[in-house]
Write a protein that binds this ligand. Structure first.
Ligand code: ATR
Length: 454
């Protein structure tokens, strides 16, 4: 989001109406895009309990630039609009309102959002057999996409067959190809040929375990699976696909692209793949949790404290030195000896760059020298909260003197080791301070006490 102090007389407002809207992720998407594209806009949630038509008319007269609409108003707002996009008409629901001189024009970006999410994975529904699980509101976007894309066959299975039939009947008005509605026990009628599966039921959401069809063999015909549910990250449907070795993704990318397409409609901007990837990282951290990076001199307790911190908070743990050794298939000592420190530092930067794009809900213990590069310090700040574990020279000496795995500390006797530690700490202290969002003194503290402070 833009800095709140930048809000001015010319700031434009975007927003979401729905009920409830308290848990919406849309502000993350749109405010990140405005920040990256340097647009003077803010996106806000508007909980609308009753009379969505009045709310939309009011929004128009307030000069609001664009709106998203979510449950339960996606259909009920339609009478307030000056017009509706043909694809939204087919789906029977709008989720995006674009300002025109006459009023708001309604669009549905769920369908093209799904299309773009699939396209990112090289998947297209054209000419494919498509199996859609569920017949709620979300299934309509999937069903319409399959028909627009000229899938070779579209099967819609639902616990309540009447709802699948209702969608199939609605779609008949708009397409020559037909959807085949099925009850759960009729899945045997679906030809056993390669298919794209789209999971649109609410099964998989927290507290709703299970699969619409329990027969694992049914899913073997899938060549790709997409689950509109994204929290938890691995739903039972996706777990099964992973076990069967079939490529699959969760619905976070559909959420992302429906938002991106709405933003493009409001502003005329084109959001690049690179920018989309940056927004996705923010979304992932918001949904699945952020990272904590531990920095500090060798022996500052990054691994011990890091593992305990991860355990306590249900986070993952990784140590960049260990991961780099695994990736390179070679010890850091050997990389130093054979290729030199610069090469190792380049490997470190490349590794950190990838972490900054992918890591979620992880405690990351970093190599002692990682903070030395300014570029690394920037990447670390983009990855999560950076905590410096600091220790005195004496404590550090006591902790590292047994350890022979540290190439920068090779030295002859204890006094030389002490002198080296002292020099190195003096040389690195400024970089550590510059990298840190928080400094925790560890001298004389137990692990529990350190965790409390973080
Ligand atoms: P949305 O608008 O997000 O698609 P919805 O309209 O509430 O949500 O639809 C939920 C979908 O999940 C429906 O297909 C629903 O099946 P029914 O039409 O039979 O209700 C399906 N669903 C929800 N809970 C289910 C369960 N326990 N077993 C099977 N299907 C379930």
């Amino acid at each position: 989001m833009m800095d709140i102090h930048e809000i001015s007389g010319t700031t434009e407002v975007l927003g979401l109406i729905g009920n409830p809207v308290a848990h919406t992720l849309s502000p993350v998407i749109h405010n990140t895009l405005s920040e990256k594209l340097k647009r003077n806009m803010v996106y806000l949630p508007f909980p609308v309990k009753e009379d969505p038509v009045q709310a939309v008319r009011g929004a128009f007269h307030l000069g609001i630039r664009g709106m998203n609409v979510t449950v339960p108003h996606k259909t009920t707002v339609i009478p307030a609009l000056s017009g509706i996009d043909p694809a939204a008409e087919v789906i029977g629901a709008v989720n995006t309102l674009v300002r025109t001189d006459e009023g708001f024009q309604g669009y549905n970006t769920d369908m093209p959002g799904l299309k773009r999410a699939l396209a990112q994975k090289g998947i297209s529904l054209s000419g494919k057999q498509v199996v859609i699980l569920g017949a709620g509101g979300a299934s309509r976007a999937a069903a319409a996409l399959a028909l627009f894309e000229r899938a070779s066959g579209v099967y819609l299975i639902n616990r309540t067959k009447e709802k699948a039939e209702a969608i199939a009947d609605d779609m008949k008005k708009h397409f020559d190809d037909h959807i085949i509605p099925l009850a759960r026990d009729e899945y045997g009628r679906i030809p056993e040929k390669p298919s794209i599966f789209i999971q649109c039921t609410s099964l998989g959401l927290k507290g709703k375990e299970g699969l619409l069809i329990e027969d694992r063999d049914f899913y073997r015909r899938a060549e790709y699976g997409y689950d509109l549910v994204y929290n938890p990250a691995e739903t039972p449907f996706l777990k099964l696909f992973n076990e069967l070795g079939i490529p699959c993704d969760n619905g976070l990318t559909m959420l992302l692209y429906q938002g991106i397409i709405a933003y493009e409609l409001w502003t005329g901007e084109t959001v690049t793949n690179e920018m989309a990837a940056e927004v996705l990282v923010r979304l992932r951290r918001k949904v699945y949790g952020g990272n904590i990076l531990l920095v500090g001199y060798m022996g500052s307790g990054k691994s011990t404290a890091g593992k305990a911190l991860a355990e306590r908070n249900g986070m993952n743990f990784l140590d960049t030195d260990i991961e780099i050794e695994k990736e390179q298939g070679c010890s850091i000592r050997r990389i130093f000896e054979e290729k030199g420190e610069e090469v190792f530092r380049d490997i470190e930067t490349a590794y950190l760059d990838r972490l900054s794009k992918n890591a979620v809900k992880t405690v990351i213990a970093t190599g002692g020298g990682m903070v030395l590069r300014r570029k690394n310090r920037e990447l670390m700040k983009n990855t999560g909260k950076v905590v410096l574990l600091s220790a005195s020279e004496e404590t550090t000496f006591q902790r590292v003197k047994q350890d022979t795995g540290r190439p920068l500390l090779d030295s002859e006797g204890e006094s030389e080791l002490k002198a080296r530690i002292s020099r190195m700490m003096a040389a690195r202290s400024a970089a550590y301070q510059a990298a840190a969002d928080q400094v925790v003194e560890t001298d004389g503290k137990t692990v529990d006490e350190i965790l409390e402070e973080i």
